[in-house]
Design a protein around this ligand. Structure first.
Ligand code: CP
Length: 322
């Protein structure tokens, strides 16, 4: 795989948080904090992406990630192409690589890609032109790097530290790219008490999530936690035969107010969205005072601005001369 950073340490691509050190992640979070604006404040408007064209290619559904990459790109002055993949020539059998080459020929500089096929972003960074960047907006169950960063930013804003925190991630860990990227981000930034919590059938193999403790009882996993992150059951990644009873799941693994009392009184409740209310989380908790779920969405725009700005700064060193 081509490196995600160039020889000067500049970000060229972002398809995984693996291999990015604490300094690299902290640099992105610092930049994101400078772009962050609360709802009701005027959004940051800049020219960091002036002259840059960003194409959003989402081959899986998305609300938060797609909208925030679009807004982030425009707020930094980019031209943005949101390819409607269902009416694109992909539907006529054109390969992903031919689609990329076609848009590259139209001077696209940055591809933001969500796809259900593991390995697709890595394949693309090995094939795009030297002046083109690829950002993963979610790769199968493997990786969702900007989600990991926005989760880390949300925790940093509230707790101002990563070391010494107890972080529990609850639900369908096995199919979750969010859990993989968020755990990677937090481990790199210094969190050591990480817990993955879920039914045995939804926990990954022992070779994954090394350094995290495993729990199959919600009550044990969230006891004393400073952060409780709930995940959606990803039925779209399960065999049709793997039927799950939503009500039974909520009884064992749903976060309600009674169970939330087991966590630290100052615990943050997080969820990457989309939520299934009444399945993994009750509305009282999702909309309650401990919830930072909508702050995660707000921070997602800032993080994507920071990633795009860092990549654009690197790209200027790799562009063809006129
Ligand atoms: N968290 C997340 O990736 O949400 P979307 O699927 O709506 O983009």
């Amino acid at each position: 795989m081509r490196a995600q950073q160039d020889t000067a340490g500049g970000l060229r691509h972002l398809i995984t948080l693996d291999g990015l050190d604490r300094e690299a992640l902290t640099g992105i979070l610092d930049r994101a904090e400078s772009y962050r604006r609360l709802p009701g404040q005027p959004a940051y408007e800049g020219r960091e992406l002036a002259g840059t064209t960003v194409a959003n290619l989402f081959f899986e559904p998305s609300t938060r990630t797609r909208a925030s990459f679009d807004l982030a790109s425009r707020r930094l002055g980019a031209h943005v192409l949101n390819l409607d993949v269902n009416s694109s020539s992909r539907a006529k059998g054109e390969t992903m690589l031919d689609t990329i080459y076609t848009l590259e020929a139209m001077n696209t500089d940055v591809f933001v890609i969500r796809d259900s096929e593991p390995g697709m972003p890595e394949f693309l960074i090995d094939h795009v032109a030297p002046h083109v960047s690829v950002i993963s907006a979610g790769e199968a169950h493997v990786s969702h790097p900007t989600q990991g960063l926005l989760d880390a930013l949300t925790i940093r804003i509230h707790k101002r530290r990563f070391a010494g925190l107890k972080v529990a991630i609850v639900g369908d860990i096995k199919h979750s790219r969010v859990a993989r990227s968020t755990v990677r981000a937090l481990q790199t930034l210094g969190t050591t008490d990480l817990r993955i919590v879920g039914p045995e059938s939804l926990l990954p193999g022992e070779h994954e999530f090394q350094g995290a403790q495993r729990f199959t009882r919600l009550e044990d996993g969230i006891a004393g936690a400073d952060v409780v992150m709930m995940l959606r059951i990803q039925k779209e990644r399960m065999a049709q035969s793997a039927s799950l009873d939503d009500a039974a799941y909520f009884r064992e693994f749903g976060l309600d107010l009674r169970r939330l009392r087991l966590a630290s009184p100052e615990a943050l409740v997080m969820h990457p969205g989309p939520m299934n209310r009444g399945v993994e989380i009750s509305s009282e908790v999702a909309d309650g005072p401990r919830s930072v779920i909508r702050e995660q969405v707000n921070n997602g725009v800032a993080v994507r601005m920071a990633v795009l700005a860092a990549i654009a700064a690197t790209l200027t060193r790799h562009r063809r001369p006129l």
